[in-house]
Design a protein around this ligand. Structure first.
Ligand code: OXD
Ligand code: MN
Length: 589
């Protein structure tokens, strides 16, 4: 399929290590993909679902030890430890290559090597970058064919260039003790062994589009971020776009596909989804910040997705979708997960494939991190700009976490560097998207902690530098928190579609249509400026949501100080100054 010598050399090298029985190039054709689906069904790697109710849909059960990203075994392999920084696992590259290639050795024996040429972003556009993933897993091929733009045309665009990201995925024995996801940013190389779970093996996603791309962005003056992109059409205004960074499973997909409440819809509000997980941001010719979603599919968390919580996501999963680790309803060969509806199947198999009765079982049927891999094109609110190779201009950047206390519903940064400070001190209660305990408060700067491919102190400096380059064109930065709770532990803010009320204020601020209140933590809305019309939200609840508790905030600054200390001299002076100024403002309020 190609004469590109760097591609052929890489494949030969990897072949000599993993030792496949044959090599198949993925050309992107429906015919080839359909044949692969058939083979995977025959080998019981995937299960064909009811094709009348769920056309083109399949189910996959992964090994129960392999259900989430393994952060503790995700490694940045740079010549020095300092380049990887204090928040990443680090291995010296020579050691890493020997170790993981040693594990992968002969692991393709009697298996086919699939070569997947793919593009992150519209093939051939300024934003786009090319990768080639080698894998022994058809499930991985089928997922990559949804999540990225795959095919022969990518090799044509690549031509003779060796500017592409190398990827080797070896399923091996799915042994969790030998599972590693290694990144070599200098070599633009990713090697993943002993997993078959999405985030560990769909190498275009977190590995390339965030870890390797963040490193490229630093060198080339752009940003690769863990951010959704959405467009908001307000009556009488042109559509404006915002990016938002939330840690995994904090409702990013729901926010990206928000449906405004009826009263807003009647007025003419509409939200368009450009992306739900990753943004690549560049300074455009006009000096503004422009963003694309480099992916082509959604790899969304299934539990909790319903016609009520996110009809756009649910509709996106009704055709040509791969479900992973959800319940299989044996009566009609469809799927189910907790939170889909109040009618769990009685005659079913749980995510491990064991008999399961949703009416009587006390166990969950779907894994909390079970997923759907769905084409973006299925999304009813997909932005008409999704395929625009230039991307969309960004008016605001929003950070947010899952915080029961302290963080108000919304506040605005005083400046770009204050916004970088807010992003860098983002923290959230942990969820099931990665292995480890849930419900623990963790720092997660820009929601990038598990995804930054280099020293996070340098990453903060890069953000500061981007702000300087953007100058007066820099978008405003905001922080939101949908998850504040009352004394009983219940969420105060209803979230979901009602979040448009906060977006409305954010856009008013971006367009200089409303004044804000100055507080020690930043600009905040006057209560009258958050429209509660037909929301059922009480005024006193809004006051609680907009409260700034000085002593809780001073306590927060202590935690930030402690977190910052890990970056030592890499912490940019601007962020130290922002922390000092915040403490000063809180003490002198
Ligand atoms: C994801 C994640 O899968 O952030 O998007 O974990
Ligand atoms: Mn994510």
């Amino acid at each position: 399929m190609t004469k590109n010598s760097s591609v052929l050399k890489f494949i030969e090298e990897m072949k000599s290590i993993v030792n496949p029985k044959d090599v198949v190039w993925i050309d992107g054709s429906e015919k080839q993909l359909e044949a692969l689906r058939k083979t995977a069904c025959e080998k019981n790697e995937i299960i064909k679902l009811n094709q009348e109710k769920l056309p083109g849909c399949y189910l996959r059960r992964t090994n129960p030890n392999d259900v989430a990203r393994t952060e503790s075994r995700t490694i940045i392999c740079t010549p020095t430890k300092e380049e990887a920084g204090p928040t990443n696992n680090w291995w010296e590259p020579k050691y890493a290559y020997e170790k993981v290639l040693g594990i992968a050795k002969n692991s393709y024996e009697n298996k086919t090597m699939y070569v997947i040429p793919y593009s992150m972003g519209i093939p051939g556009s300024t934003f786009a970058k090319i990768g080639i993933e080698l894998t022994d897993s058809i499930y991985t091929v089928l997922n990559m064919a949804i999540m990225t733009r795959v095919g022969k045309n990518i090799l044509d665009i690549l031509g003779d260039s060796d500017d592409w990201v190398r990827g080797l995925h070896a399923t091996c024995d799915v042994d969790e003790e030998k599972r590693y996801v290694c990144h070599f940013p200098q070599d633009k190389t990713i090697i993943s062994v002993n997993s078959e779970y999405g985030g560990n093996v769909l190498l275009g996603k977190k590995c390339f589009a965030l870890r390797i791309a963040s490193y490229m962005g630093k060198k080339e003056n752009w940003l690769a971020e863990h951010m959704l992109i959405l467009g908001i059409k307000r009556p009488g205004c042109e559509t404006k776009y915002v990016c938002a960074a939330f840690p995994s499973a904090c409702g990013k997909t729901n926010f990206a596909m928000l449906i405004p409440p009826e009263i807003y819809r009647k007025k003419g509000y509409k939200v368009w989804c450009v992306g739900d997980d990753i943004s690549w941001l560049r300074i455009g010719k006009d000096g503004r910040l422009w963003a694309i979603n480099p992916e082509n599919g959604f790899f969304g968390v299934a539990p909790g997705t319903s016609m009520k919580s996110n009809p756009n996501a649910l509709i996106s999963t009704q055709k040509n979708t791969i479900f992973t680790n959800v319940v299989q309803n044996l009566d009609d060969n469809t799927v189910w997960w907790e939170g889909l509806d109040k009618n769990p199947p009685e005659n079913a198999l749980d995510w491990k494939g064991n008999p399961w009765n949703g009416k009587t079982s006390s166990e969950k049927g779907a894994h909390p991190n079970s997923r759907f891999t769905a084409p973006t094109k299925n999304c009813p609110c997909l932005s008409p700009e999704f395929d625009n190779p230039e991307g969309v201009p960004i008016s605001a950047i929003i950070f947010g976490g899952r915080r029961a206390h302290t963080m108000p519903l919304v506040y605005e940064a005083l400046s770009w560097s204050h916004g970088v400070f807010i992003g860098s001190s983002l923290s959230s209660e942990s969820t099931a998207a990665s292995t480890g305990k849930t419900g623990v408060l963790k720092h997660n700067p820009m929601a990038m902690m598990p995804f930054c491919g280099y020293n996070m102190g340098d990453y903060f400096s890069h953000w500061i530098k981007m702000g300087k380059m953007l100058g007066k064109n820099a978008p405003k930065i905001f922080n939101v928190n949908w998850f504040k709770t009352n004394e009983k532990g219940d969420f105060i803010w209803p979230g979901y579609g009602e979040n448009i009320r906060v977006l409305d204020w954010i856009l008013d601020r971006c367009e200089n249509k409303t004044k804000a209140k100055s507080t020690p933590i930043g600009y905040m809305p006057h209560e009258r400026d958050i429209n509660l019309e037909e929301s059922g939200i009480k005024k006193e609840d809004l006051s609680k949501l907009l409260e700034v508790d000085t002593s809780a905030w001073l306590n927060e600054t202590e935690k930030i100080k402690e977190f910052y200390s890990i970056f030592k001299e890499k912490l940019p002076r601007e962020l130290q100054d922002e922390l000092k100024s915040l403490i000063f403002r809180l003490k002198n309020n």
